[in-house]
Ligand binder design. Structure first.
Ligand SMILES: Nc1ncnc2c1ncn2[C@@H]1O[C@H](COP(=O)(O)OP(=O)(O)OP(=O)(O)O)[C@@H](O)[C@H]1O
Length: 628
């Protein structure tokens, strides 16, 4: 019962439904006890004394009792349903709320299919038990108690003889519970694994098809399906073994009653009416015992399901508001960000993704982060909006440690355009306005224009009312990115983070978007993560990272003059231009002499390259009919 104690807050407020449902069921049970007494009266008093005129009255009484029983049965059913459904509603709300606040750390490992099965199948099992199962179990005890009292009042010796087999039944039922509970846990686990497989297959259908992995996927699913089936077969085996045994012990009581009761009736220790009444009363005892397997099954299933719900509900939230955390005043936020000796690793045993990182980003500055894949760029910005918590060092916003302010007020000052764009299956308008509260169509269009999304949106049949598919399916990667950029711009944040935000657009569009950015970057601190030098060369400071450590920092012009990763990247990206080795000896063919290359020449080279890439990409997009 520990699990249900833990879940108490979700059903306790609905206890009135439980009380009404219980009272109705008690009435139904009580009315059920009228039948054996009517039988006894019919045989011993009416038939034995040949007072047949009383038979119609007795028949009407039975009819009346049946009708009353039906009414209370109905009331019990509807109040139980109210109890179960209201509890499920409360739980669903709580689970969903919890999912909103669970940290990024949780989602790094969480599986969508598994979570979905917790929110559906597990929740339903708990609903069924709290709504119906629990009341039924109490009713079983009541039927047993009432039945016993009546039987004892008729003949205590026959009662004891009849119930001699009951301890065996109870013992078997307890053993059954011990075996069936783990079996149900396995079923639920394999069910969630199977659901995850289906969900991942549907989400990743493009990858599956492009790699022609359908046979592998079918095989993988077959394995999980077999696992699920086998767990069900094992459970059915346990059920098949115990159920007849329990039925056998239950029916043993009938055998004992017929033997001992028949003998007592023959020798006159009980009347025939009492024997018949006893026979119907034994049903009152056997029926609940017989159904005990079902109730145990129901209970164990919902207990296993409840445990899985509690796992989510009680899951530790790694990043949360401190007690007395301050709420940032949006009008006072300047956007001065500082990282001071920040070190962070994703797991205890993992090496730091970022080590001893320092950065001073004055309000309104533009910071570029460059580095190879896995060098820690995204980690830096994730720490800034507290997706994760840095263990060493501190990050401040306008001098305040970001751990001292509420997550909501911190994040409302930051807009992030992620590497992977997520769009909701809703209209483009709603996707752009996401998180911005009440905004006008003009504001949405303005943001879309800055993000160079307006023109392609207007070419869609329904414009801003076009509903995009799940995760934005139906749009190209670049189009999705532009919508995501518009979404961030609409928020009008103090801090703007562009995490490889233009990776999916062509050079030409990137150039155009950047012109838009220049306008929106004014007065806000901007962090740009990019692989293309052209995306961050205007930054006030460019930080070059390698393996979580800063290896170079400076402006574009400063870094170009120093041999190192930045210059190497520049040379690779502008590879068909003369190689730059500004502060070193001219080394290979085509090397521009260091002392003769001026920043004007760099600009010229970049311009030539940008124009060239732009021409290539625009002729490519035109050829493919993708002109934007
Ligand atoms: N959620 C995570 N859980 C565990 N390790 C992670 C997680 N995210 C990143 N890492 C690890 O941290 C390191 C830095 O990753 P990060 O995403 O910051 O790199 P990045 O420079 O942004 O790379 P990219 O350019 O490929 O996006 C990598 O070694 C990566 O494997």
């Amino acid at each position: 019962m520990y699990v249900f104690k833990q879940l108490r807050e979700y059903y306790w407020s609905e206890r009135r439904y439980f009380v009404i449902s219980m009272l109705c069921l008690m009435t139904v049970t009580g009315l059920g006890l009228v039948y054996p007494n009517l039988f006894r009266h019919l045989i011993d008093n009416v038939i034995a004394n040949e007072r047949y005129d009383q038979v119609p009255l007795l028949a009407f009484m039975v009819l009346g009792v049946m009708a009353l029983k039906a009414v209370f049965q109905f009331l019990h059913g509807s109040y139980s349903a109210k109890l179960g459904n209201q509890t499920a509603y409360n739980l669903r709300e709580a689970l969903y709320r919890k999912l909103q606040f669970l940290s990024f750390q949780y989602y790094d490992k969480a599986k969508t299919g598994d979570l979905m099965s917790r929110l559906t199948a597990d929740l339903q099992a708990v609903r069924d038990f709290i709504g119906f199962g629990f009341v039924q179990i109490i009713n079983v005890f009541m039927m047993f108690t009432f039945g016993m009292i009546m039987m004892l009042s008729i003949n205590w010796k026959l009662t004891l003889i009849t119930l001699a087999a009951m301890p065996f039944l109870v013992f078997t039922a307890i053993r059954f519970e011990g075996r069936i509970h783990p079996a149900f846990r396995l079923i639920r686990k394999s069910m969630s694994t199977m659901t995850t497989t289906v969900q991942e297959n549907i989400t990743g259908v493009r990858t599956v098809k492009s790699f022609a992995r359908e046979p592998h996927e079918i095989e993988k699913f077959a394995e999980r399906n077999t696992d699920y089936k086998e767990n069900n077969v094992i459970t059915s085996g346990i059920w098949a073994k115990f159920f007849p045994l329990m039925e056998l012990f239950a029916n043993l009581s009938v055998v004992l009653l017929i033997g001992a009761g028949g003998w007592m009736a023959i020798n006159g220790s009980i009347t025939l009416g009492e024997l018949v009444a006893f026979y119907s009363l034994i049903g009152y005892i056997i029926q609940p015992m017989w159904g005990i397997g079902f109730h145990i099954n129901n209970y164990t299933q919902s207990k296993a399901a409840g445990e899985r719900l509690l796992e989510v509900l009680h899951h530790y939230v790694h990043v949360k508001n401190k007690e007395n955390a301050r709420v940032l005043n949006p009008d006072k936020v300047q956007g001065h960000v500082r990282f001071e000796g920040v070190t962070f690793a994703y797991g205890e045993s993992q090496k730091p993704a970022i080590a001893d990182f320092d950065l001073d980003a004055p309000a309104g500055s533009v910071i570029g982060l460059l580095g190879g894949t896995g060098s820690g760029k995204s980690t830096i910005i994730q720490l800034l909006f507290r997706a994760y918590q840095a263990k060493e060092g501190r990050i401040t916003l306008d001098g305040q440690d970001i751990r001292d302010v509420t997550l909501e007020s911190l994040r409302s000052q930051i807009a992030v355009v992620f590497q992977e764009t997520f769009l909701f299956s809703s209209t483009i308008r709603n996707n752009i306005a996401y998180g911005a509260g009440a905004v006008t169509q003009e504001q949405i269009e303005h943001a879309a224009r800055l993000a160079k999304a307006h023109d392609f949106i207007m070419e869609l049949p329904l414009g801003y009312d076009t509903v995009v598919g799940e995760r934005g399916l139906g749009l190209s990667g670049g189009q999705k990115q532009r919508i995501a950029i518009a979404r961030a711009l609409l928020l009008n944040p103090k801090i703007l983070i562009l995490d490889d935000a233009t990776s999916a657009v062509d050079m030409e569009t990137e150039h155009e978007i950047q012109q838009g950015f220049e306008e929106v970057m004014k007065d806000r601190t901007t962090f740009i993560i990019a692989h293309r030098i052209s995306s961050l060369k205007h930054a006030d400071e460019i930080v070059v990272l390698d393996n979580g450590r800063v290896v170079q920092r400076g402006t574009h012009e400063q870094l170009l003059k120093i041999p190192g990763p930045y210059q190497d990247t520049y040379n690779i990206q502008f590879s068909d231009q003369p190689v730059l080795e500004l502060d070193t000896e001219p080394a290979s063919i085509g090397v521009a002499p260091a002392d003769t290359t001026t920043s004007d020449q760099h600009a010229q080279l970049e311009e030539q390259q940008a124009l060239k890439e732009s021409a290539v990409s625009s002729s490519y997009t035109k050829r493919r009919g993708l002109a934007t």
